[in-house]
Design a protein around this ligand. Structure first.
Ligand code: TMP
Length: 229
């Protein structure tokens, strides 16, 4: 298969039939690649968690790129023209929100939607819709659609997670067009979401790695165990 793109933790291949194959590698990175490790088995864990969430979206008719898992660590998806934005939905304060606004972690703040332009050299700056439009990154119509889509994803994934003992504190999605339709793309995993234990608010996501407070594989296995039970 032809490699189309090698990201920090995933590789995208042309499947040959017009679809793409997305492979979760065992790489884990933080701080825009400043920290990097390889955790054996991480790719297959994320592939399994991602499958659960995208199937949940499909069962609620939320348009998305996912077809099916095709190996332990890869899945088949529609090829989309990705909009170079990270769309973040926050239910509880955490991460860059706390740093930016001087707020403590764990306050109910949402749902609120933020847009970040994907640009490693600029560290993905936070932008408002007007700036996205002025920079010709997207149109206001598409941004409004993307925002609605992100909030739908939040409803579906929050409820599902909570039913399995996990608070969805925040997450990031990417969206793209396929045949004129805006689809949720990329991944929905503990690499791109903050999951907290419902009772203790213990982190079960990439914060374990970002903050070096434990073994991320143990957290990811626990997320998969809960979502599968
Ligand atoms: P943040 O608090 O660092 O802005 O992150 C918000 C959420 O978005 C968090 O769940 C992690 C996710 N995220 C990514 O998946 N990729 C990224 O590059 C960034 C900045 C955040």
């Amino acid at each position: 298969m032809k490699l189309l793109q090698r990201g920090k933790a995933k590789s995208v291949y042309a499947s040959g039939d017009g679809t793409v194959t997305i492979e979760f590698r065992d790489d884990i990175t933080a701080g825009n690649g400043a920290k990097h490790d390889v955790l054996k088995g991480k790719g297959s864990l994320l592939n399994a968690i991602n499958e659960i969430f995208f199937k949940e979206l499909s069962s609620h008719a939320v348009p998305n790129h996912y077809f099916e898992s095709i190996s332990e660590n890869s899945f088949k998806a529609r090829k989309v023209d990705i909009i170079p934005l990270e769309i973040v939905v926050r239910n509880y304060s955490a991460g860059s929100f706390c740093k930016r606004y001087g707020i403590e972690t764990g306050k109910k703040i949402g749902p609120i939607v933020e847009f970040f332009i994907k640009n490693d050299a600029l560290n993905d700056p936070l932008v408002c819709k007007d700036v996205v439009v002025k920079l010709n990154v997207s149109t206001i119509e598409t941004l409004n659609k993307a925002e609605k889509l992100a909030l739908k994803v939040n409803n579906v994934i929050s409820e599902f997670s909570e039913n399995h003992g996990l608070i969805l504190a925040d997450f990031k999605i990417e969206v793209g067009f396929h045949d004129g339709e805006l689809l949720v793309s990329d991944e929905i995993t503990p690499d791109t979401c903050r999951f907290w234990d419902v009772k203790t608010h213990e982190s079960l996501d990439k914060d374990v790695y970002r903050q070096s407070v434990g073994d991320p594989l143990i957290a990811y296995k626990e997320v998969l165990r809960r979502l599968s039970s």
